[in-house]
Design a protein around this ligand. Structure first.
Ligand code: HEM
Length: 176
């Protein structure tokens, strides 16, 4: 992630509440899966003074004692604010997808839908997505619905994350 504190670009004001590091737990499932699951998640939003946020998310399967059993999904990309509180998001997934998302920021809520989902020949069938992000009681809540594996758009995962760091951490690069 980016190195040192820079002033937040003014265009980022609608997204400023995301900047920092978040950790928490979530739940997931899908009609094509045998079992629902619980996961741990860490998200980081950072900036380097330019008008976009860099974003990474990592997740781990949780067992009943909240131990991290194995890594699950991860994703990385950029959040690009546009005029009139619109936002464009680019995401890449190690499972063979790249996505272009478009949406809108309304206060401390962001609603996104996929404009484009591209996938490699070996990736599973994912056709569209919808995401909600919101700041609730100081926590980041998010939910992801997907249309995949021949199923209509419906819930796949959702999570509630606590803020573990506000803004940039000076010397971040030393910890990378
Ligand atoms: C917090 C994020 C996510 C978590 C924790 C998660 C977790 C899981 C788990 C545990 C499975 C069951 C199979 C396995 O163990 O790999 C699964 C299946 C799947 N996930 Fe996710 N996922 C997440 C995000 C996503 C995203 C962003 C996409 C699409 C871009 C996606 C697409 C799929 C697909 C297509 C399947 C296969 C369903 C099937 O085989 O029937 N997931 N996910």
């Amino acid at each position: 992630m980016f190195e040192i504190s820079q002033d937040l670009h003014p265009d980022l004001m609608p997204l400023a509440w995301l900047v920092g590091k978040w950790e928490g737990e979530g739940v997931g499932g899908y009609p094509t899966l045998d079992e629902d699951f619980r996961f741990a998640q860490e998200i980081e939003f950072s900036h380097n003074g330019k008008p976009f946020l860099a974003y990474t998310s990592r997740t781990w399967l949780l067992d009943e004692e909240n131990n991290r059993v194995r890594p699950l999904a991860s994703e990385t990309g950029y959040w690009r604010p546009r005029p009139n509180r619109e936002v464009e998001v680019l995401l890449a997934h190690p499972t063979g997808f790249v996505e272009v998302w478009v949406g809108r920021v309304t206060g401390a809520k962001i609603e996104l839908r996929t404009d484009v989902v591209a996938r490699t020949e070996s990736a599973k069938e994912v056709n569209a997505g919808h995401r909600l992000y919101g700041l609730v009681e100081g926590d980041l809540l998010w939910a992801y619905d997907m249309a995949a594996m021949g199923q209509p758009l419906q819930a796949h995962v959702s999570a509630r994350l606590r803020r573990v760091r506000v803004g940039e951490e000076p010397g971040d690069s030393e910890n990378a």
